[in-house]
Design a protein around this ligand. Structure first.
Ligand code: PAF
Length: 281
């Protein structure tokens, strides 16, 4: 496995593979890899001849008061996870490699980006779309792998790939959870012992919502109230949003008649965690 930091080195490696007629899978990440990332990497390794993982804490997707500086980083641990998993190249650029002086272009998507996480993180998805487009252009993979935990991000990337005719198959992979149900996330590392205990309220509350839908409830407001009520029973939790949206448009739905995403964002102490499930009708 090679660890490279320049765009040229990635392109050179991919060019050699292409000469041999090999397929390329790509897993974009911000590092501090956990079993969620590992599941994407494993799928990429299974489905492609060669795999590139990018590790880049992308500054343009963080708002001014967010955790860009404190975002956890551990390249050594990430490298051994990648190497053990069969990754061929890690691309870990410096900020200047991705955003050289004078950089002034961005991808602006409307519609899917304003609801849910877009409400409290207004610059986030513009930054994600811009960096992912750049990474797609650098790696030029056949397939790229994203986790369902960031469900809105996944919907946005799929839409962007379709709208911009990017020749890449976007593969969504299921949420990986801790034993008690907490969705794996690099940000879980911010939680104190007490907060970690409290954080299980997210998945527990979603489970209640799913049970209600499975029992025939179709009124979004009733399901949302049920989920909110349960989250509020945890004193360390503060709700950012609990919403039920159309799976493709990310717009709120009043009645569940088509596939929906039930998505929540909750602060546990200062840490903002997200979780969701999809209900296919
Ligand atoms: O999901 C993430 O880790 C990031 O948003 C991504 C896709 C790597 C872009 O920086």
């Amino acid at each position: 496995m090679k660890v490279v930091s320049t765009i040229k080195e990635v392109r050179d490696a991919v060019r050699e593979w292409r000469k041999e007629g090999l397929t390329v899978g790509f897993v974009p990440t911000m590092g501090y890899l956990h079993e969620g990332h590992k599941s994407l990497i494993d799928k990429a390794v299974e489905e492609n001849d060669r795999v590139v993982v990018s590790i880049f804490v992308n500054p343009t997707q963080f708002g001014p008061n967010e955790d860009l500086e404190s975002y956890p980083r551990d390249l050594e641990r990430d490298s051994s996870l990648c190497s053990d998993s069969g990754v061929n190249v890690i691309f870990t650029p410096q900020r200047e490699e991705m955003y050289p002086e004078g950089f002034c272009t961005s991808i602006n998507m409307t519609g899917l980006t304003e609801n849910l996480c877009g409400k409290s993180r207004p610059v986030h998805f513009g930054g994600v779309c811009t960096v992912v487009t750049k990474l797609f252009n650098i790696v030029a993979p056949d397939k790229a792998y994203f986790g369902q935990k960031d469900a809105q991000q996944l919907a946005i990337i799929k839409r962007m790939v379709s709208d911009l005719n990017l020749n890449i198959e976007v593969v969504g992979c299921p949420i990986i959870r801790e034993e008690d149900g907490l969705a794996k996330s690099s940000r879980n590392t911010y939680l104190s012992k007490e907060e970690r205990r409290a954080a299980v309220i997210l998945s527990k509350s979603l489970k209640l919502g799913l049970e209600a839908i499975n029992s025939g409830e179709r009124n979004s407001r009733n399901i949302i109230e049920l989920i909110k009520g349960n989250i509020e029973s945890e004193k360390l939790a503060k709700i950012d949003y609990v919403q039920i949206v159309d799976l493709l448009s990310m717009k709120d739905v009043e009645t569940i008649e088509k596939p929906v995403l039930v998505a929540i964002a909750v602060y546990i102490g200062k840490t903002r965690l997200i979780d969701n499930f999809i209900f296919e009708i």
